[in-house]
Design a protein around this ligand. Structure first.
Ligand SMILES: [Zn+2]
Length: 165
């Protein structure tokens, strides 16, 4: 059974704990999703938790979403979602991006963006607010808006993510 009682700060704490453990312990303690890389587990769990906060039941393990961290060939691509009728949806996060951006919220934005495609079936949402910030973390990256996902804006961006389904 999924456990939704983790608050965000606790998840952060767990993440910090896991990242200081040995590799074997990471696999043993954080393997809630069998087909997801250990580093991505807390982000998948947080995605389910944030959905539950908004009355959306999400079960990424039942949906068989695969999560990997691998080198993506394309320049400036941090993550991708691969999907199709005959395959399980698969998220791949670029290894170079992952290593270059240890900040939890930067990583979360990218993982949640890909889960937005691969689980929520969302396409891209373009557009900017009056201050030039993107209206959605589902932006393509090709428009003029800038990313502004931080601790002050996170709740509003997640409200947007889970409401335009
Ligand atoms: Zn995208």
């Amino acid at each position: 059974m999924r456990n939704f009682q983790f608050s965000f700060p606790l998840t952060v704490l767990l993440f910090l704990l896991f990242s200081s453990c040995s590799k074997d312990e990471i696999v043993e303690q954080a393997n809630f999703f069998p087909n997801v890389a250990p580093e991505l587990q807390t982000y998948f769990e947080e995605f389910e938790y944030q959905g539950a906060l908004r009355s959306i039941q999400i079960n990424l393990a039942d949906a068989n979403i695969i999560g990997k961290i691998e080198e993506l060939g394309e320049e400036h691509v941090a993550g991708q979602c691969t999907y199709g009728a005959a395959i399980d949806n698969e998220i791949t996060i670029d290894k170079g991006f992952w290593n270059d951006f240890p900040q939890l919220l930067v990583r979360e934005m990218v993982v949640f963006h890909e889960l937005g495609h691969c689980y929520l079936d969302r396409g891209h949402t373009e557009g900017a607010k009056s201050n030039g910030a993107c209206i959605s973390i589902m932006r393509s990256g090709l428009g003029d808006c800038f990313d502004n996902y931080n601790s002050a804006t996170r709740v509003a961006y997640l409200d947007e993510l889970f409401s335009n389904l």
